[in-house]
Design a protein around this ligand. Sequence first.
Ligand code: BGC
Length: 722
Amino acid sequence: MSKRTKEILANMTLEQKIYHLQQITTATFLTTKESKFEIITGPDSAVKLDKGMVYDVGTSLNLVGAETMIDAESNYLKNSKYKIPLMIMQDVIHGHRTLYPINLAVAGSFDRELAKDLAQMAAKEAALDGMSVTFAPMVDLVRDPRWGRVMESSGEDPYLNGEMAKATVEGYQGDMGKYNIAACVKHFAAYGAAEAGRDYNTVDISERTLREYYLPAYKSAVDAGVKMVMTAFNIVDGVPCVGNKHLVKEILRDEWGFDGIVISDHGAYEEMIVHGACEDKKEAAFLAMDAGCDIEMMSSCYVEHLKELIDEGKVTVEQLDKAVLRILDLKEELGVLDNPYRSVNVEEAKKVQLSPEHRALARRGAAESAVLLKNDGVLPFSKKVDSVAVIGPLGATGAIHGSWHCGGKIEETVSVYDGLKSLLGDKVKYAQGCPIEYDAVDESFFDEACQLAKASECVVLCLGEDQEYSGEGNCRTSIDIPELQYKLLDRILEVNKNVAVALFTGRPLAISRLDKTAPAILNMWMPGTEGGNACASLLFGDAVPSGKITMTFPRALGQCPIYYNHYTTGRPKAQEDDEKFVRFTSCYLDMPNSPLYPFGYGLSYTSFEYSDFKLSSNTMNRGDTLVASVKVKNTGKYKAKEAVQLYIRDVKGSCVRPVKELKGFEKITLDVGEEKTVSFDITEEMLKYWNRDLKFVAEKGEFQVFIGKDSACKPFASFMLI
Ligand code: BGC
């Protein structure tokens, strides 16, 4: 806190301070609408502000565009009584105007630098539109593919989530001067554990599970210096997160030492009443302030009741001051106090957003995030073919850039058809094949598609789910591709076997049937603005797939939740019996335990040989560092990248430990025939966990070490921690 912000605070009235904690939509301040204040409609009408004070709220959210930002900010300042500049925040989730793949895909690149570069690109584009804060990264650990928001997350592993959290926070907040924006990690905490994968649903997990799996990624963001934290909609242990003192005050603030801004999620203060956690808005205001939440997004409990609570002595002016100071401090740090237009630049925005450099980076992001799930030899297709058919409801649309598209536009996104045409020219033809809706039954497009497939040398079949089937509020009880798409595939295969499926999805899908029938499956996820170009270069061998999945793909939804880092149980079924039913072991009558594709899985056009596994010692004294290493050789025909993964298993603990845990990874590039040694340090710190007494310690005993290309790899050595 600086002298300057303290002085500003000293001159603020009580009412002004309270309004500084209020966040409403930026659109409220536009001059281009008839009645600015009346824009707060629909769910937003819950925000009851004094018309005289609307122009003195501290922050606002979500409105893209440099010109609109200038209009909103200047109109705000013109009408503001107190003239403290407004700080504008925005959901810049997987890109601002140039979209890159959804975060679940980017995590699968296993490339920290790439994740950082992409975040940096987004920050620059957002800063040029005048944004000061992004509501990202979202680092909720996820295990249930029904949940629509898995697309925003980096997956099911606490370590990988933490690494991606750190990389993206560094990207947004990095070293770009005025182009930096502040990051806001969300949704604190455990939003990803919503029961039955239904958005906003109950979360009920033990303190141990919370600490072991769910909290580490938020903590990594905090350790990386994230400026803000957003609380989650859900309850944890019966208390909504925004009013959860244990989470916000005891863990986030006291234990982790976070002194930045805590913001609620959209309308979450008032939702505490609906949860049944408090009686009215006054109690909601009290609970949130008591827990340590500073900014109230899109409800108005503070402005309506904080003064009363202060008069009654339930909230102190010191508490209020602290919250206001945090906001003023961030405004000062970002330069908003000096110049709210610090980074906005209409002309530069036009040049930088969607520039060739940004498109190239988005394209690299998409190419390195795509996952080759199956290839029986058809891929890569040869560029020498005379005719290529692009078929499928996702083949000629830009609606593959992902559901949190911010300023991104469908018409600015390269479709697969367009991408292939720019690579191969007129020999590429398109037929829709079938509609995209999950309940579509119309087969009338089949004949045209089959004729095209028959007349073509190879077929790119673009299947999957609509991009609006994932994202907030978009949950599903069926996660296979629609029956109609299977029928289309079968019909196409009758006339042409040279078929590769380009899959588009915002979540892991249960595609056992597709895996059986399709000759090749390239999972593009939702690949962003340059998706079509990236897809074309991968299918025709200009790029080699190297992405891996960071969330398990189940064989069927009935296996969910399914994740690699589970506990063993007292009656595990032996891996060699996976295909059999073995009664009285932990298994299913009708399906193996193993997933369709495990965490960390992804194929390449080349092959890698792992050999010469080494561990520097079989004992570790406290404070020692062991080194685990492996030689990886490119034994195939393509220069390619590989994400080498280190896993460790703590064989016995005062609390049971997962069957394995990711503890390191390195993405390497190998030329044809090239060999590299990859080494990982193993430290005592990496062996720590929340033990029986909820102490974060490394317990003595045996640890197994695994290195491999995915989480199905086997241990090659073990050591004793003494
Ligand atoms: C979402 C947040 C988002 C906020 C602001 C909420 O509905 O849960 O992730 O940041 O809206 O748009």
